[in-house]
Design a protein around this ligand. Sequence first.
Ligand code: G3H
Ligand code: 13P
Ligand code: ZN
Length: 320
Amino acid sequence: MPRVTTKELFAKALEGKYAIGAFNVNNMELLQGIVEACEEEKAPLILQISKGARAYANPVYLMKLIEAAIELTSVPIAIHLDHGDSYELCKQCIDEGFTSVMIDGSHLPYEENVALTKKVVDYAHQRDCVVEAELGQLVGAQFDEGEEGGSFSKSGLYTDPDQAVDFVKKTGCDSLAVAIGNSHGAYKFPGAAKLDLERLQRIKQALVEAGLGDYPLVLHGASSVPQHLAEEINKYGGKLGQTSGVPEEDIEKARKMGCAKVNIDTDLRLAFTAGIRKSFAEKPENFDPRKYLGPARAMVKELVRHKVRDVVCCAGHAFD
Ligand code: G3H
Ligand code: 13P
Ligand code: ZN
């Protein structure tokens, strides 16, 4: 199956009221776990790569690994840049063959976010690439603190529905990441989980009323942080604090309200780490990396299977 853009995946997802899981890739085992689960479940897939992943693994290695996945797999796969922080990085990824890029100008003043996003859209659209943008700010650090281009918003800066309409019209971006109390990482809510789903509904409605149709919205920070994984990590020597994620029921509501893309990274990290820690604890005499990376990869695969079957519900929709 050739690589696809998210445009075609989103149109079908919105129609079918399911979402596409966008999973972060940093190494071969994570990629294999994700892709094997989606292949078996016949789930369309977005593989996303952050600036940090590119720095860690080298962009060439990552792209060659993804090309291998595409060659060995039948389900449609979009290759997406996660949180691109500059025009130059987006341009580089478009030139490398990404089918989708995110330009994250959410930390910039509004007009600067518009101008930067529009510049990326103009370049991308001439090259069959689509663009995700972000308006509003997620809760907490958007990037690692101190990282260039980072921003910090203690309580988040929620997306305004009317501004979202203006933003989409001015930039021509293909999908929009919203800030509705969502955040990255394993410590999302100090108390009860709280996403402003009513605001999400209003954003969607405003876009429809403005004539932009069933416009695809994106939910970042959509890991549910399963407690059994956090417990497993701690049982085998980890030191996680009081973790919390987005309840799966909230993802279901968001998907039904038109979030076509659901971003998951933290849960992959938890599954992978739990698998490695368990192997280390149970077989301390082992020093063959395949014997601990293999079980970790299997944990990632089962996690992704659960996500595509029961959370974003795109399983069985690969060939819609
Ligand atoms: O949104 C952030 C993603 O989880 C990527 O994280 O920048 O550490 O690769 P990263
Ligand atoms: P999580 O940290 O909730 O997995 O979110 C990942 C994400 O939004 C990547 O862009
Ligand atoms: Zn994100």
